[in-house]
Design a protein around this ligand. Sequence first.
Ligand code: HSE
Length: 310
Amino acid sequence: MRFEQSIKVKAPATVANMVCGFDILGFAVAEPYDEMIVTLREQPGISITHTDDHGLPTDPDNNVAGVTLQAMLSELTIPVGFDVTIHKHIKPGSGLGSSAASAAGVAVAANHLLGELFDKELLVQFAMNGEKLASGVKHADNITPCIYGGITLIRSIFPLDIISLPSPQLFVTIVHPQIEVKTADARSILKKQVYLKDAIKQWGNIAGLVSGILQSDYALISRSLEDVIIEPVRSILIPGFDEIKERSKSAGALGGGISGSGPSIFMLSQSLETAVSVEQQMQQVFQKMNLLHYTYVTTVSSGGVQIVSE
Ligand code: HSE
């Protein structure tokens, strides 16, 4: 452990839920990602600086990276401190795991500076404190793929049971309309009970999706990308959602839906060419509505938080 040492990390955006796997499935993408510089200090305390204009809190008690570090520091017997500088490229409230990127990024960076004291599972535990602060609930379907990379299944949170799913190559098209949906709000509108017939359909789709991923069976992935529980409620918050889904599938997408709690929408494709055609369809829908939006054509990324320099 070297005091005054700094490292820079990249923390990827993540797509939680993967349509039918509410709170249990998620994947990391190659773009966009946040950048963070973390410095280990001999003096106790946490300082947080943002180099962007998202107006996020810098008080460690109210900052997702701050509470993640506090959870980690509470496990240490020696008093140390951290300075954190965050440059967010993943807009808060986008549904692309912005808070998870801050929490997971700082957890991986601080752990590296401490000489890899903690395993990945513990880093997820620390970072979940950030998600609790951001959304009111400890969920791990953004944090886990952000730390582990690839597609991850969180079979259980208490106790934590994480399974990494080796996936075939998948291209991802994302559109982020410039409206903000807070995860806490998008959770509060969900029904607390589901019909058994819907639950049966949903767990059939989850099992199908996981099998399709493991067997590289694109047709099975495609027909399993269906959500009969969450999407019908949340999609009303996203203008143009149904049209985007329809046009993306006509352009050849395997399927997709709301990214995390929205408002971003993602679609999976088997080829880059299809992913680009899907992007055009998405752009046309929002252009017609005069709704400012950003798009990304990227891939499911096997890497999680990466150390860029030290
Ligand atoms: N599973 C969470 C939700 C992800 O859908 O509320 C939030 O990004």
